[in-house]
Write a protein of this length. Structure first.
Length: 473
């Protein structure tokens, strides 16, 4: 049997669908690449979302930015991260997963070090903070290339779980950051290295903070993770493809359908992660939202990492159907908890409803990504009717990876739209009800879209273990 690797890092012979090859060599190599990918992606999410924690403290330490300026600083990482994902989606087949993981992780040093330097001087111009906010989007971009890379390593029967593990533990970076940053900015143990503290004034009470630690704390971990990728990851020779070869996905109907569905799952996860602390503080001002803000992303990340096998077993299209019904029910719970139905507002119900939402966004993140490779494999006999099975399989893998990355880019825009919707609703009506009703209608539309294309009995994915039955088009 041919070896799984050629040279030290390039895999010239890679056949994960061959059971003998997989058991003899493939599984071990794939697992190593997955578990090196995970901490790199975790750090990327931490850097992407750390800006929201930094911005919340700027006024307290003497920065004279307006509320509108702070809002834009909070929103820009989501916009830049989502936009960068569009380009990152196509880079792994062009440059190779090992090299790009190394370079993209090292790029996180730019916002990490930049934050640490900029926050120490209240005279730092606003334009510098705009640039740093945009640079934090480098972390958001990494997700697309990371998921694209891992999708090449695993066979169809295990792809959903592998992607769920990579993404779930990656998403955990949001919760890790929200838990760690409040701790490290209150600690002066590293003061001789990172600089003097700032004086924060909140409600007339002064305290010392080391806000630079919010950036500097990630530096050694970024360096270690990047060099672990360089030393231990692999490139797959058969996964190489030019941008023009990958760009065929823009002509695929299913690419755009899955973008819509993933906006409903990951877009909800990242949007709720960004909006939950501020929304809680606005609606329930007596509650210290920062004490438990990390729990929502933690639940969403854990459910994504731990439920990928459910979609592998029962089919992502069926799981996705129930995910959007559950999200619609969760929005109903939030509406009830804020008094939209006439009941007295209840923080306990509000918190419980949001944890429910976070849980189901994680399940949906896993199920939608499990669907993409199955969809493209099912559709290849129609798209490439004259090609042999090997050629069809290679094309399906390449297009699946591109769609995984591109749909993650579209989904990431939820990190901007959801907080913006809550903010506009509060400004216009004094409450979040309008935004919640829009979300409810969107989730119900996702139920319909998923059923029409994938979950109904006559769809391309209706079969045991995702076997091909009837082409959708």
């Amino acid at each position: 049997m041919p070896a799984a690797r050629s040279g030290r890092h390039v895999l010239d012979d890679w056949r994960p669908e061959d059971p003998k090859f997989w058991e003899a060599a493939g599984k071990r190599v794939a697992a190593r690449n997955l578990w090196i990918s995970v901490p790199n992606l975790t750090l990327a999410f931490s850097i992407w979302m750390v800006w929201s924690m930094v911005v919340a403290k700027l006024k307290l330490i003497g920065f004279a930015f307006t509320t509108d300026q702070l809002f834009w600083l909070t929103a820009l990482p989501a916009l830049s991260g989502a936009t960068l994902r569009i380009f990152y989606s196509f880079l792994v087949p062009i440059l190779g997963g090992r090299l790009w993981t190394f370079l993209s992780t090292l790029s996180l040093l730019v916002p990490a070090i930049g934050i640490g330097v900029a926050v120490q001087n209240p005279q730092t111009p606003y334009v510098v903070f705009v640039a740093l906010a945009l640079a934090c989007g480098l972390g958001g971009g990494n997700f697309a290339s990371s998921m694209s890379n891992i999708s090449f390593f695993y066979p169809k029967r295990e792809k959903g779980n592998a992607l769920a593990v990579n993404a779930g533990f990656g998403n955990l970076g949001v919760s890790l950051m929200q838990f760690l940053v409040p701790v490290v900015i209150a600690v002066g143990a590293f003061a001789p290295v990172v600089g003097a503290p700032q004086v924060a004034v909140e409600k007339g009470v002064e305290s010392q903070v080391w806000l630079q630690n919010a950036g500097f704390v990630w530096v050694p971990f970024i360096v270690a993770a990047a060099f672990a990728a360089w030393a231990g990851m692999n490139d797959i020779a058969s996964a190489r493809a030019s941008f023009s070869e990958q760009a065929v996905v823009f002509k695929r109907t299913h690419n755009w359908v899955m973008c819509y569905l993933y906006l409903g799952t990951f877009g909800s996860f990242i949007g709720f992660s960004a909006a939950f602390p501020l929304l809680t503080k606005t609606l329930f001002p007596d509650v210290n939202a920062l004490q438990f803000a990390f729990l929502g992303p933690l639940v969403g990340a854990a459910s994504r990492a731990l439920t990928g096998w459910v979609s592998d077993k029962w089919g992502g299209e069926h799981v996705t159907h129930y995910v959007f019904l559950a999200l619609a029910a969760g929005v109903g719970g939030v509406l009830y908890s804020v008094g939209a139905t006439g009941a007295a507002p209840s923080f306990f119900l509000f918190f419980a409803a949001f944890l429910w939402l976070f849980f189901w966004t994680g399940v949906g993140n896993a199920s939608t990504f499990q669907m993409i490779p199955a969809i493209m494999r099912s559709d290849m006999p129609r798209l490439m009717s004259t090609a042999d099975p090997t050629t069809r399989l290679k094309a399906a893998e390449m297009e699946s990876a591109a769609i995984v990355g591109f749909s993650s880019a579209i989904g990431a825009f939820g990190g901007f739209f959801i907080p913006k919707a809550f903010g506009d609703s509060l400004k216009a009506t004094g409450g979040p009800e309008t935004a919640l009703l829009i979300f409810l209608g969107f989730y119900l539309s996702c139920v319909v879209v998923n059923w029409v294309f994938y979950a109904r009995r006559s769809s391309m994915l209706h079969a045991q273990q995702l076997a091909i039955k009837v082409p959708a088009e």
